[in-house]
Design a protein around this ligand. Structure first.
Ligand code: MTE
Length: 322
């Protein structure tokens, strides 16, 4: 790609146009795939590790899909992970997940739908156009990151499955193979790792079926070859290395709910006003900002995505439905 560097006397666009106006214009242009060379877009395109296959995505135009916070470095995002199938230390997944085989890989779609089936991962990759989404990810343990993910809205896949009227929830099951995953020997969770969403949550445009990050395919430790990312929920709802998607009538019990129901609810929406029994949720440490004088950031309701997802929970008691 040719990048035009302005001559020193040329004004930059932010000097001609008020910032709010050019940000809006950029969002509109992003939908047309025209904003790739704008100064802001370049500033946000954090580089990947350079060792994995490229997986570019056009900047998403969905409301809330691109936050302007500085992205976390690739090195941090791919080395400080929770993926208990490879161990419980943050460094275990990066050290051990090389044993995960991501080809061949099949995702089974089943349950209450007119078109159940099995998708080969390479067919799933081609199902819809890849988009780049820069999301905040907030972990219930009190840290957060900002990651440029690559994927498409989960709703694209769900629509093709044609869920029936009985499909009220979507359940995600992830790989549990002792031969590839040393962490399965520990009883920390009841394997396989299972997560679930209400149907309207799963259909929300921000719910991302994710195949890559930083313009490359996902590293194994981040949930290759396919995971979900739900930016308004605590990180543990974003199930990694998915092998099955099932439409069901009854609310499923997720792995975390099953292991500690008093600590982990079904919804797990980021909420600074509802503390976890062991950790306050009022503020967070942004990974990469942990110098001596780094201040914690206040945690935002729905992780800052309230304008987009708030109406999904209108009228619900969020203290009870945590
Ligand atoms: N998915 C599976 N299969 N196993 C896990 O242990 N951990 C969750 C989630 N998805 C987990 C998982 C948790 S607790 C978090 S915070 C996020 O993945 C972390 O995602 P990241 O490592 O890509 O930042």
């Amino acid at each position: 790609m040719l990048i035009r560097i302005p001559a020193p006397h040329e004004p930059v666009s932010s000097e001609i146009t008020p910032r709010a106006v050019y940000l809006n214009r950029r969002t509109a242009l992003a939908g047309l795939g025209l904003a790739a060379a704008s100064p802001l877009a370049l500033a946000q395109s954090a580089p990947g590790g350079g060792k994995l296959a490229k997986l570019p995505g056009a900047r998403s135009a969905a409301a809330g899909a691109v936050v302007l916070d500085k992205p976390t470095s690739y090195a941090d995002a791919s080395s400080y992970n929770n993926f208990y199938e490879f161990g419980t230390d943050k460094s275990d997944p990066a050290a051990r997940a090389h044993t995960l085989k991501t080809r061949p890989w099949t995702v089974v779609i089943e349950g209450e739908c007119a078109k159940p089936g099995r998708y080969d991962i390479d067919a799933l990759l081609k199902l819809s156009a890849m988009e780049e989404r820069i999301y905040r990810l907030r972990c219930v343990e009190g840290w957060s990151m900002v990651i440029p993910w690559v994927g498409y809205s989960l709703s694209e896949l769900i629509k093709r499955a044609e869920p029936t009227g009985k499909a009220k929830f979507v359940e995600f099951t992830t790989l549990a193979d002792r031969a590839q995953m040393p962490g399965l020997r520990s009883g920390v969770l009841d394997w396989p790792y299972v997560e679930a969403l209400r149907m309207d949550e799963a259909m929300h445009p921000l719910a991302l079926l994710t195949f890559g990050m930083y313009g490359e395919v996902l590293p194994n430790q981040n949930g290759a070859p396919v995971r979900i990312v739900l930016p308004w929920k605590y990180g543990f709802k974003s199930a990694k290395s998915i092998v099955k998607i099932r439409f069901v009538e009854k609310q499923p019990v997720s792995s975390w709910e099953q292991s500690a129901p008093q600590e982990y609810g079904f919804y797990s929406n980021v909420n600074p006003g509802v503390a976890h029994p062991r950790w306050s949720q009022a503020s967070e440490r942004r990974i990469g900002e942990d110098g001596l004088f780094a201040k914690k950031r206040p945690t935002l309701m729905f992780n800052g995505y309230e304008a987009q997802v708030g109406q999904l929970y209108a009228g619900m008691d969020l203290k009870r439905n945590f």
